[in-house]
Ligand binder design. Structure first.
Ligand SMILES: [Zn+2]
Length: 167
């Protein structure tokens, strides 16, 4: 696994800044920015500000969703699960072997179980969970994304604001 630095958010002409590789999977500034935007828009819609994307091995985004439990009146609608279901529908297959999931927050117990069932290979997340797992922490293959400190601070602040204001 290798990674190049991602200080600041300016795009250089060669666009090799902030390339994060986990096995064969690649994420980049564009994906991280879209996830942050989706989390911000969830926050504006009174949803928990979390977003997730399913990507292929080249880093192409297959689906990108944010939490929508309140809007859809559905306990299932965490960002990770809606991203998975959306990717499955657009790919015409419920098996997501060969794909990866990137989430702004480390997946919860429910999402971890669905991720495992969907056969997604790897999970990358930007912020660690601060609540313990009920059913153990080793259900899925997951890894904290390093770098992106500015974006992580932004996401953390959104979550803190959300729970301060609404709980
Ligand atoms: Zn979840």
């Amino acid at each position: 696994m290798t990674k190049s630095g991602s200080e600041g958010s300016s795009l250089h002409s060669l666009c090799t800044c902030a390339l994060f590789i986990l096995g064969d999977f690649m994420i980049n500034d564009n994906l991280i920015n879209k996830l942050v935007e989706a989390a911000e828009s969830a926050y504006s819609n009174n949803e928990i500000p979390v977003a997730a994307a399913v990507i292929d091995k080249s880093g192409n985004i297959i689906s990108l969703c944010s939490n929508s439990r309140q809007s859809n009146y559905s306990v299932l609608d965490h960002a990770e699960i809606t991203a998975i279901v959306s990717a499955e529908k657009s790919l015409g297959d419920w098996r997501l072997n060969g794909y990866s999931l990137v989430s702004t927050l480390e997946p919860c117990d429910m999402c971890s179980a669905i991720i495992k069932e969907s056969r997604i290979d790897n999970v990358l997340f930007l912020l660690p969970r601060d609540t313990p797992y009920l059913y153990g922490d080793n259900l899925i293959n997951k890894q904290l994304v390093s770098g992106y400190e500015y974006e992580k601070k932004k996401l953390k602040k959104l979550l803190t604001l959300f729970f301060e204001e609404r709980r």
